[in-house]
Design a protein. Structure first.
Length: 153
């Protein structure tokens, strides 16, 4: 919870308001699943983070972004709700470090895999980590077209 302000700031820089998670929502997420946030600091400054909860549901639904109480630590699927890197630190591999760390954690916790949604231009990047494009998601979050991607173990 001590990183709430920094997490909310990075999110606000990375996403337009209609797609960004609010500070209040992050407070709920940090309350329900703090061990599923992966934070990367450089010189004590948060520059990148990922987050998402665990569920038995196979597909990522918009309600999951809104309601952290849907988290089930014993669920089979690690969802990824956000991959955020401050613009001036992009293209240095920081987000990739965090994705790999989420994959490592999900394997250690014996999850079935990870699920995320992304914009079309990010499909190739996530595929480089082994995620498979499952096509257009049912998500209408932020009024854009999302593609669901899955990495199964």
């Amino acid at each position: 919870m001590s990183d709430l302000d920094a997490v909310a700031y990075v999110e606000s820089v990375c996403f337009p308001p209609e797609r960004a998670c609010s500070k209040e929502r992050f407070a709920g997420r940090l309350q329900y699943y703090p061990n599923h946030f992966h934070l990367l600091f450089l010189d004590e400054k948060l520059i990148s983070f990922t987050d998402g909860f665990v569920t038995d549901e196979k597909d990522l639904r918009d309600e999951m972004y809104e309601d952290p109480s849907l988290h089930d630590e014993n669920g089979r699927w690690q969802m990824i709700f956000g991959v955020n890197t401050l613009p001036e630190y992009r293209n240095h591999g920081y987000a990739g470090i965090l994705i790999k760390d989420m994959i490592r954690q999900a394997k250690e916790e014996q999850k079935a895999g990870l699920v995320l949604t992304c914009l079309e231009e990010k499909i190739h990047w996530y595929a480089s980590f082994g995620f498979v494009n499952e096509g257009i998601s049912s998500s209408e979050h932020g009024g854009v077209t999302w593609y669901q991607m899955r990495l199964s173990f």
